[in-house]
Design a protein around this ligand. Sequence first.
Ligand code: NAD
Length: 314
Amino acid sequence: MTKRALVCGAGGFIGSHLVRRLTHEGYWVRGIDVKQPGWGTTEADEFVIADLRDPQKAAEALTGGFDEVYQLAADMGGMGFIHSAETQIMHNSMLINVNVAEAAARAEVARYFLASSVCVYRDMQLGEGELSERDAYPAMPDNEYGWEKLYAERAVASYAREGHFQARIARFQNCYGPEGTWTGGREKAPAALCRKVAESSDGTIEVWGDGSAVRSFIYVDDLVTAVLCLMRSDIDEPTNIGTREYVSIKKLVELVASAADKSITPVWVPGPVGVQNRNFSNDRIETTGFQPTVSLSEGISRTYPWIERQVRGG
Ligand code: NAD
């Protein structure tokens, strides 16, 4: 029997990569989003343009029967967006999550995936040991995006506890790769740095902070693999998805410059850097057999040429 999946946020970065993987695996996929995929046409069997803040649209999205729902729709962006659009995030993403979970429960979907974020965790000090999933509590996320994700996790978990569906909740670390947002203010650090390096004509780029903030970044193909490993596992607790490869922003600039084969001098400027340090356990997702396969250097060397082409006009 062909499995049927609904992907919410199918016009977005991770959603469109997930749609491609599911259809290649033989699923029948309905994608839903407020917009078409930014780059090229969707590979979904059916693509619906609808605003999931509307409960009626969420209910309609679920008609026809689905084995699996992947909820990735969100009003989201990089640190610049997260710190400047708090009410937008709290209002829009909360409505999307409540509506889709309720509609999935009513439609008796078997399994429900929620894309949460490591933004649910507190800030960390440099050198601090790994945070595991239970360390999200007592809760002190750095920003409202993280608080909304925690609320969504709890909402989805409560539907699962009442037996409406099985829930799989992933806390994504930063994801990057081709076809991600690269301009317009919602782009994340790897894409922003690729764009700045591609645009630089004098060998300098402005970068927020002082370069010491530490992050890890997961390549989109690896992230999609991990999503499917989690979805097919028995793990019903929130699960971190990322890599163990941590870099400073200064090192990330060097990797982008190397992929571009350019000599780049960063000019450090004040900006919304976010938390200082990130260090999460990936033990839980690794129990599924998942291991990332694309190093940061390899992933940046695949991403940079795509962003450079966009900068040059496609
Ligand atoms: P994205 O912005 O590319 O995709 C989100 C999609 O949701 C967009 O296409 C957007 O149009 C759609 N959307 C927004 N409002 C909607 C509405 N009212 N109705 C229907 N669709 C709507 O983001 P992404 O990077 O693909 O992220 C996907 C999910 O993963 C999000 O939930 C995000 O919070 C989470 N996440 C992403 C990262 C990352 O590094 N990219 C990290 C942590 C968590």
